[in-house]
Design a protein. Structure first.
Lengths: 237, 82
């Protein structure tokens, strides 16, 4: 307890004296990115430019790792949509209506984060996981069986995810056809279409990544909402 | 500058409180709520350190996805820790 208090006091004194919130000067690497990002990637957002352009290959592999993790997680669960169809009631009308409003708000903010990610803070992964949050509050409130009746099955979600990731890989691979390096941005893709600044491939990556992340997490949530009785011998759910 | 340091100190103290409550709580659903509160204070810390990109991912994953996942998992086991 004494050690704990001492650590606390020491860290707060360090916070006040060193003041990490405002660094006094930029390092050389940071200066390079601040000065050259807008010219080299046509994007004013240095973080997105680093993630999808300067270090683009890293991010592609990271996406692949997440894809394999979700595929592995789905492989553990049994594919039994009949068990899900038994849960069809959901919560009360009041909860359903308020959830509709909240989910709409979350989804529109997520769309702003994802599709504006090449111009302002945000990007594919935050946007996609915000959509996944909306679907994770929808699934328990409306019951998974209702969603499956409406045609939102996990097979379709996994298919959307696979298609989005394939398109992402194609966007990364297409410059190779013209003889550029893999994950080339500005030499191959245009900076704007019809006056709309799209920052080359950055907005495409953000769009596809958000689709992939959202559908993947939604599929996982659908499987997690299978009631536990469905696994124990089956019939009495 | 003073305001941002004050924000850092208050948010980190609050996060310590939330972590303590989450660890000692026996009701797992309440523990998840405390964990979400800790995540909110951490996102205040990150915003005070001016990293908005990380704040967006952190809020969506640790307040939304992580809590929702834990609630789904708790619904498959028992709510109270013994």
């Amino acid at each position: 307890m004494l050690l704990f208090t001492a650590t606390l006091i020491a860290s707060f004194t360090a916070t006040i004296i060193l003041n990490p919130a405002t660094p006094s000067e930029l390092k050389e690497l940071a200066k390079y990115y601040v000065l050259n990002t807008i010219n080299e990637t046509a994007s004013p957002e240095a973080v997105t430019a680093i993630v999808w352009d300067y270090r683009g290959l890293d991010t592609i592999y990271e996406t692949l790792v997440l894809y394999l993790a979700i595929v592995g997680g789905l492989a553990i669960f049994k594919m039994s949509e009949e068990a899900l169809l038994k849960t069809r009631i959901g919560l009360t009308l009041l909860t359903k209506t308020s959830t509709k409003i909240i989910a709409l708000l979350i989804t529109s903010i997520a769309a702003a984060i994802a599709f504006h990610g090449h111009l302002s803070p945000g990007g594919g992964f935050p946007g996609g996981s915000a959509v996944a949050v909306a679907s994770m509050i929808i699934i328990p409130v409306f019951a998974a069986g209702t969603l499956i009746e409406k045609g939102i099955s996990s097979t379709k979600l996994v298919a959307i995810r696979g298609a989005a990731l394939t398109a992402l890989g194609l966007v990364a691979l297409l410059p190779v056809v013209r003889g550029f390096e893999i994950v080339t941005n500005q030499k191959f893709y245009p900076a704007s279409i019809l006056g709309l600044p799209i920052s080359g491939s950055l907005s495409l990556y953000n769009l596809l990544e958000s689709l992939a992340v959202a559908s993947g997490f939604t599929a996982v949530a659908l499987y997690l909402s299978i009631p536990e009785e469905a696994y124990k011998g089956g019939s009495s759910a | 500058m003073i305001a941002s340091i004050l924000l850092l100190i208050i948010a980190s103290l609050l996060s310590l409180f939330f972590v303590y409550m989450a660890v000692t709580e026996k009701d797992l659903l309440k523990a998840v709520a405390y964990s979400a509160g800790q995540s909110i204070t951490y996102s205040i810390l990150l915003q005070a350190m001016s990293t908005p990109d990380i704040v967006m991912t952190y809020v969506a994953v640790s307040v939304g996805l992580y809590s929702a996942l834990l609630v789904f998992v708790i619904s498959k086991t028992e709510r109270f820790e013994r």
